[in-house]
Write a protein that binds this ligand. Structure first.
Ligand code: NAD
Length: 276
């Protein structure tokens, strides 16, 4: 099973399908990530605030998989935004992960109320120059936040990781990303189970037609839309199911019927208003 690689705007490549560990219990993370690596995932998405970077690092170490075959993302937490603390936060994440560098470091949320994300980004540029983060990007950024970064720095973020699933398809932000050479990553690709995505008639019909599960159809919709995606599951069976998405292809008609589910339905926080 070959996961496609996507070339980022800085020349690095990212596996288009990965494994996310939001809400994975720190005590169980090593076992769960070990399962994910055994299933075949090579791209892991964690964050300082998830509290499970140590478990991710332990699983990586125990796996014996060569470092250059793995793609590891972590994220800078909001309270660490600002020039002084960014470097310390990066060092702490690297220490917990047991790594010399991450493949992708993201500003987790813009927190426009703090107005520190541009300064933070300028320090992220230095972390890239220092080799601590091979690529740098942002998460939960809206167009005005991105425009401020474009105007005030030399680096277009490699990715923007945003809430994205069929009922919240983020067409405008994806189009703007494509315009500036920035890839879009989806978080909550299965809607975090917060609405009945799997019961949507378009998803069910495609699943029946291909003899696959609704979750596999949803992941395939992301992949065929050019989105980078990393569904989360604690169950090894579902991890395997979510990874087994390269043996079928949604038709243009099936893609269009899933596109039509879009109804601007957020399941998470609005980045313009988030103050955590
Ligand atoms: P998700 O959409 O991946 O949903 C996970 C839920 O779907 C889990 O409850 C799981 O039990 C269920 N599920 C998984 N596979 C299934 C299957 N095959 N059949 C039925 N149910 C299944 O939500 P997520 O975990 O929030 O998002 C994925 C990743 O995105 C996270 O783990 C994290 O790495 C990242 N994320 C980032 C942010 C951010 O602010 N940047 C926010 C949330 C999540």
């Amino acid at each position: 099973m070959t996961v496609p690689q996507i070339k980022l705007n800085d020349g690095n490549s990212i596996p288009q399908l990965g494994f996310g560990v939001f809400k994975v219990d720190p005590d169980e993370t090593e076992r769960i990530v070990t399962d994910a690596l055994e299933v075949g995932y090579r791209h892991l998405d964690t964050a300082m605030i998830y509290g499970n970077e140590t478990g991710v690092g332990n699983a990586i170490k125990a796996s014996g998989i060569p470092r250059d075959e793995l793609f590891i993302t972590t994220k800078l937490w909001n309270s660490d935004q600002g020039t002084d603390s960014v470097r310390d936060a990066m060092d702490l994440s690297l220490e917990k992960l047991g790594l010399e560098s991450v493949d992708l470091y993201l500003i987790h949320w813009p927190r426009p109320d703090l107005d520190r994300y541009l300064d933070t980004w300028l320090t992220m540029e230095q972390l890239k120059a220092d080799g601590k983060a091979r690529s740098i990007g942002v998460s939960n950024f809206h167009r005005p936040h991105l425009e401020k970064i474009l105007a005030g720095s030399e680096t277009v973020p490699a990715v923007n990781q945003i809430e994205l699933h069929p009922a919240f398809a983020q067409r405008d932000l994806r189009a703007f990303g494509a315009e500036i050479g920035m890839h879009t990553e989806a978080w909550g690709p299965l809607g975090q189970g917060k609405y009945d995505l799997f019961g949507e008639p378009a998803v069910q019909a495609a699943a029946e037609a291909h003899g696959v599960s609704p979750a596999q159809v949803a992941i395939r919709w992301h992949l065929q839309s050019g989105i980078i995606v990393f569904p989360k599951s604690n169950s090894r069976e579902r991890m395997a199911e979510n990874f087994d998405v390269f043996g079928f292809e949604l038709s243009g008609e099936q893609m269009a019927s899933i596109d039509a589910i879009d109804r601007d339905q957020r399941v998470g926080a609005n980045p313009d208003e988030a103050t955590f």
